[in-house]
Write a protein that binds this ligand. Structure first.
Ligand SMILES: NC(=O)c1ccc[n+]([C@@H]2O[C@H](COP(=O)([O-])OP(=O)(O)OC[C@H]3O[C@@H](n4cnc5c(N)ncnc54)[C@H](OP(=O)(O)O)[C@@H]3O)[C@@H](O)[C@H]2O)c1
Length: 260
């Protein structure tokens, strides 16, 4: 049994993560700035001494320090942070105001710094820190400059602090994922190839892994959870099996060694 604080617990990715940790017997403090949504979570998952909620703003050191103290007071100790706080915006450079860069930098990067500061003093010898990013942090695409840069800052920071905290056997790692496959996304963007999106139910077991002894060898890893997503380029031709001139190993043909 371990004790985790989940920041951004009111978001889309949280429910299956909460389910998984609660089912394996972990104790969890769910935090968010939104009392109404937290009350909803308390109704669905709340159990005194097992899964509890606390209002907290991950960008406010006093508020999030208080939440970390609350986790220790309620459950007797704290073993890690699952930091789901984040923000998103898309738009070309000339239509992205500096304020949007600042907002994404604060929600995606600075919130992680502040929440980690709050949790670290409680971890003692050993702990798990999990952050969430995007492949756009390392392979940027047009119109994602603010989001990609903020997540790139998060990943670089995570890999740096991972070296520091590993001395105390604290594991800092990140999940790197494409768009979550949710009902809202399917309604808003029906044209997407949903093989390239990832359901929150498939992200949760990876978080379970990163917060378990099975991930004891991972310090500063960026774990890709991308479903069948791939970057494509006209230079490579169509993917194997999807049109183009046939022939083993050639563009559009089956991979070498596969006889069709
Ligand atoms: N969903 C995706 O497609 C996707 C893809 C790649 C990476 N990710 C990353 O995965 C993480 C979780 O994603 P998600 O889809 O669950 O996110 P989400 O649904 O947008 O929820 C994020 C949560 O962060 C909190 N939050 C947002 N801005 C904040 C701020 N300035 N200060 C404090 N809290 C703030 C919000 O909680 P309150 O408003 O209740 O406090 C919200 O519930 C995020 O870091 C996201 O960037 C998501």
């Amino acid at each position: 049994m371990s004790v985790f604080m989940i920041t951004g617990a009111t978001g889309k990715l949280a429910p299956p993560i909460i389910d998984l940790l609660a089912t394996r017997g972990d104790r969890i403090l769910l935090t968010s700035r939104n009392k109404a949504k937290l009350d909803g979570l308390a109704e669905r998952y709340g159990k005194v001494g097992e899964v509890e909620t606390a209002e907290a703003d991950a960008l406010d050191p006093i508020s999030i320090n208080r939440a970390a103290d609350t986790a220790v007071a309620r459950f007797g100790r704290l073993d890690g942070l699952i930091h789901l706080v984040g923000g998103f915006a898309v738009g070309p450079l000339f239509r992205t105001e500096p304020a949007a860069y600042e907002e994404l930098w604060r929600s995606n990067f600075l919130s992680a710094v502040i929440a980690t500061h709050a949790v670290l003093p409680h971890l003692g010898e050993g702990g798990r820190l999990v952050y969430f990013a995007t492949p756009l942090a390392t392979e940027p695409l047009p119109a994602f400059s603010a989001y990609g840069a903020a997540k790139a800052a998060l990943l670089t920071w995570m890999r740096s602090i991972a070296h520091e905290v590993k001395r105390k056997d604290v594991h800092a790692n990140a999940v790197v994922m494409t768009i979550a496959d949710t009902e809202d996304v399917r309604a808003a963007r029906p044209h997407l190839d949903f093989d390239h999106t990832i359901s929150p139910e498939l992200v949760a077991p990876v978080v379970g892994f990163l917060t378990s002894e099975a991930a004891d060898g991972l310090y500063g890893s960026c774990v890709p959870v991308l479903n069948k997503f791939e970057f494509s380029s006209a230079l490579a031709g169509p993917p194997p099996g999807r049109g183009g001139p046939p022939g083993p190993g050639g563009p559009g043909g089956p991979p070498p060694g596969i006889v069709t």
